[in-house]
Design a protein around this ligand. Structure first.
Ligand code: V07
Length: 253
């Protein structure tokens, strides 16, 4: 008879208090809009808004953990954002490294796993290398999945998926008969992730801006006029409570 050795696992904890909602969304996606407008209102350059927005990301990660959210997908940089003034693009591309320089230890401490969706390979070296390092350092963590949409565009994601799928048909790995929604979703960047339960967009705009077009098919949308740098625990909590309330109503039918 073989004796199984006891399997020891590192104890996984976070520093955050946890709040139990009856029905928290597993996956929350956020379009973090209004950073430029926030700066303008204060007579500051747009980049000051982006910087402030970066610190809000860290706060919102703590709140997501507190409310037992499992996946947080944040729209950090879209494929369209390259069209912005060169200096602004350069500043934005430095934020991942800066964020990680300041907050990676805390992310590790709190069992957060960092991932990205989007065209990763064409990012500037200093951005790609810093984010790649963070992904590797956190790959074994099984707490919150912090998923940054970085150089992300949904139509590109879909076209890319179709191309890859067609090349798998060519290579006889799959046949056209195999194609259904489930199979196709494996070809998206979000392969393996559950679809978002809740989409939040700040700053009063009510459009998707090429974000997760396929994945948001059944998602609840929540909009606020609050600008991203002013987004905080109280507003996030309101979004989570509203989401829960909507879900309860469905349950009642
Ligand atoms: C960016 C701050 C948040 C408001 C929206 C635009 C500006 C955090 C990151 C980031 C990305 C990857 C990563 C770690 C951090 C980031 C960009 C912009 C491009 F691994 N904030 N933030 N990346 N903003």
């Amino acid at each position: 008879m073989s004796m199984k050795l006891p399997f020891f696992r590192k104890k996984r904890t976070t520093n955050f208090e946890r709040i139990t909602l009856d029905n928290p969304p597993d996956h929350v996606a956020i379009i973090m809009d209004g950073n430029g407008r926030w700066a303008k209102k204060r007579g500051l350059p747009r980049i000051a808004g982006h910087k402030e927005g970066m610190d809000v990301v860290k706060n919102i990660v703590s709140v997501a953990i507190k409310y037992n959210v499992k996946v947080l997908t944040l729209y950090a940089f879209s494929t369209e954002n390259w069209k912005r003034p060169k200096a602004e693009v350069e500043f934005l591309m430095k934020l991942p490294k800066e964020f990680l320089h300041v907050y990676l230890p805390e992310m590790i401490e709190n069992n957060v796993r960092i991932e990205t969706i989007g065209e990763f390979d064409v990012l500037p070296d200093y951005t790609r290398e810093a984010v790649q390092y963070a992904k590797e350092q956190t790959s074994q963590n099984d707490g919150l999945l912090l998923n940054f949409a970085l150089n992300y565009g949904s139509r590109l994601e879909i076209i890319r998926g179709i191309k890859q799928m067609m090349s798998d048909v060519d290579a006889s790995k799959i046949t056209l008969d195999d194609l259904d929604e489930q199979l196709f979703s494996n070809y998206l960047y979000t392969n393996g992730l559950s679809d978002p339960d809740l989409l939040i967009r700040t700053s009063g705009e009510q459009r998707l801006s090429n974000f997760l077009l396929w994945q948001l098919a059944y998602t609840e949308f929540w909009f606020t006029d609050v600008l991203w740098p002013d987004f905080n625990e109280e507003i996030f909590r309101q979004a989570l409570l509203d989401y829960q309330q909507r879900k309860r109503r469905y349950g009642g039918i």
